[in-house]
Write a protein of this length. Structure first.
Length: 364
């Protein structure tokens, strides 16, 4: 398949999870995509859709043959032959159906890959079989990344191989709003969509110094996964000096990313506190920079509460039109977790009717 065809028929995580749910009890789906783009989260997404299944996560990168199956000594004494029994980590001993995720199977050592083939094709290890309703899927990074993700043709032929679409920066922001990602990080990603680019999008590594590139050794770099880790660092920064904070971010998202992000973190000093908006929306501070206003909107969407929603609706018209549009489109985002609370508020309804021109085809 050409790169153009792969891009055209690449699936987002929701589409891939739906496919796995549909065919995963009969056919193993191999989800292939950029590192750090959320592939590992699919087991939890499937768990939400299949609550009667137990989740079993198998990290193929850290396993050897003994972590898959071992000989039964009892069978030698009883039957005079060796019978192989599965390791408990695979979950074949559990009653009822399971969701088995074979993570990073492309990095597994050859013996582990070969042992997995019967499980992938026949749903068996030794004489043990999976429950017939069990769902099996595997993940791997792109072989072009040059980090050891290689599967032989006979292994790939036993699976349904799909490409995972690279993460769109606005999709990630929408996810971040619903998952308590630091607002300064959301603002930085909004201003820098190239943070979600793939190395395949650039010819020269220096064109995008933030992301992974196989031609240039970078100790740390930006991926959706490392951005989430950077958010964890930022959320505990109170009392941390700038040198320590910068060093922690450099070790999480890389040198260039950390330096740029710190500029956004410094803008946090311009933000009005949530309490000041609640107490006096008519006089609470309005940030002077567009980036800081963006952070105020993202922080509000993430932390919105019905106790101060009315105050926010009094404060909102004091922001520029672009910020108001950002809020409007954030509220209407399909996965916004607080959508019902906001859209049933009387002041929001009145504001929305007066400002329906702010709703666009754009995302948050």
């Amino acid at each position: 398949m050409t790169n153009q065809a792969q891009a055209m028929y690449a699936l987002n995580l929701d589409q891939c999870v739906d496919l796995i749910k549909a065919v995963g009890s009969k056919r193993t789906v191999l989800a292939q995509g950029d590192m750090g783009n959320g592939k590992s989260s699919m087991i939890h997404m499937l768990g939400d859709l299949l609550p009667e299944h137990r989740k079993v996560y198998f990290d193929a990168t850290t396993k050897d043959l003994g972590d898959i199956m071992i000989p039964s000594m009892q069978s030698i004494e009883r039957d005079g032959c060796v019978r192989m029994i599965p390791h408990e980590e695979l979950g074949l001993h559990l009653d009822g159906p399971i969701i088995l995720m074979l993570d990073e199977i492309g990095k597994a050592n050859p013996a582990v890959k070969n042992a997995m083939l019967r499980l992938i094709l026949e749903r068996k290890i030794g004489s043990y079989s999976l429950h017939p309703d069990s769902v099996v899927f595997a993940t791997t990074n792109k072989g072009s990344e040059g980090v050891g993700d290689m599967l032989p043709p006979h292994a790939r032929n036993r699976m349904t191989v799909v490409q995972i679409k690279k993460t769109d920066h606005m999709d990630w922001i929408e996810w971040g709003i619903n998952n308590d990602v630091d607002h300064s990080l959301l603002g930085w990603v909004k201003d820098n969509p190239h943070l979600m680019a793939s190395f395949e999008d650039v010819k020269d590594p220096d064109e995008n110094p933030y992301i992974f590139h196989p031609k240039q050794q970078r100790a740390a770099f930006v991926t959706p996964r490392s951005l989430e880790a950077a958010s964890d660092v930022l959320k505990v920064r109170v009392g941390m000096d700038d040198i320590t904070l910068t060093a922690a971010l450099m070790g999480t998202i890389g040198d260039r990313g950390a330096m740029d992000l710190m500029a956004f973190v410094s803008l946090s000093d311009q933000l009005p506190s949530l309490q000041s908006i609640k107490d006096d929306p008519a006089n609470a501070k309005v940030p002077s920079s567009a980036a800081a206003v963006c952070m105020v909107v993202y922080r509000t969407l993430a932390s919105m509460d019905k106790d101060w929603l009315n105050a926010w609706m009094d404060y909102l018209p004091r922001l520029d039109t672009e910020a108001q549009a950002m809020f409007a489109n954030g509220v209407r985002a399909p996965k916004y977790s607080k959508q019902s609370m906001v859209m049933t508020n009387k002041k929001f309804t009145q504001w929305a009717m007066q400002n329906n021109h702010l709703y666009t085809a754009d995302k948050v």
